[in-house]
Design a protein around this ligand. Structure first.
Ligand SMILES: [Zn+2]
Length: 211
């Protein structure tokens, strides 16, 4: 939201009837450009299938972390990700990869690399050792998200990470390819009425056009 925009809050009676799933089939977002809350499907929804959205802060959460969050809403989730034991190792790996990339992207990384003492090495967070390794982590995250049908904004943001690392590695065609994938997902998650995004120097289109 731009600096001159006003923050506010609203009640959306229709949207608030949508239940939660840790494997949602829609993405919702407030669009300040049209001043509406939008809900778009992020994958095919079968006839009679319930529409579900995510109430939790990120798809990169383990079952235990998700349980703590949904307890605040007063329910225990029984979606596929919360009941199928084969999915939890994938979610744990996603959490780990997300943490590794967050540490790598942290502005503190440069400072941490200056301290080579054994204690500093022991306390250093787990993170990729190079941009090449960071791209491999981000690519793995993309695959894990797609494998579970989590093709919403987390996937969009991870494509941006891939694009950014590719650019750092000097591969402009690869960076553009990832950026176009980011744009595709952004369009089906938040629609095409997004003139406000480039104005705020945000969004995939702005990223693609930035020299
Ligand atoms: Zn769940």
């Amino acid at each position: 939201m731009g600096a001159v925009e006003l923050y506010g809050c609203g009640v959306f009676p229709l949207y608030s009837r949508i239940n939660h799933s840790c494997v949602p089939n829609v993405h919702n977002a407030y669009n300040p450009g049209i001043q509406r809350l939008t809900v778009y499907s992020i994958r095919d929804i079968g006839a009679g299938e319930q529409i579900t959205t995510s109430y939790i802060s990120s798809a990169y959460r383990t079952r235990e972390q998700r349980r703590e969050e949904t307890e605040n809403w007063g329910f225990v989730c029984s979606c596929l990700a919360c009941t199928d034991t084969l999915i939890e190792p994938l979610r744990k790996r996603m959490f780990q990869l997300d943490q590794r990339l967050a540490a790598y992207d942290s502005p503190l990384r440069g400072l941490m690399s200056l301290d080579t003492s054994p204690l500093a090495r022991m306390l250093a967070p787990d993170m990729p050792a190079s941009v090449d390794e960071a791209l491999k982590d981000a690519d793995q995250l993309v695959e894990l998200l797609k494998k579970q049908g989590l093709e919403g904004m987390e996937l969009c943001k991870t494509y941006r990470e891939c694009s950014k690392y590719s650019l750092e590695l000097g591969s402009i065609p690869k960076a553009l390819d990832y950026a176009r994938k980011e744009l595709d997902i952004e369009r089906y998650c938040i629609g095409t009425e997004t003139a406000h995004l480039p104005k705020d120097m945000e969004g995939a289109e702005y990223w693609i056009r930035t020299p």
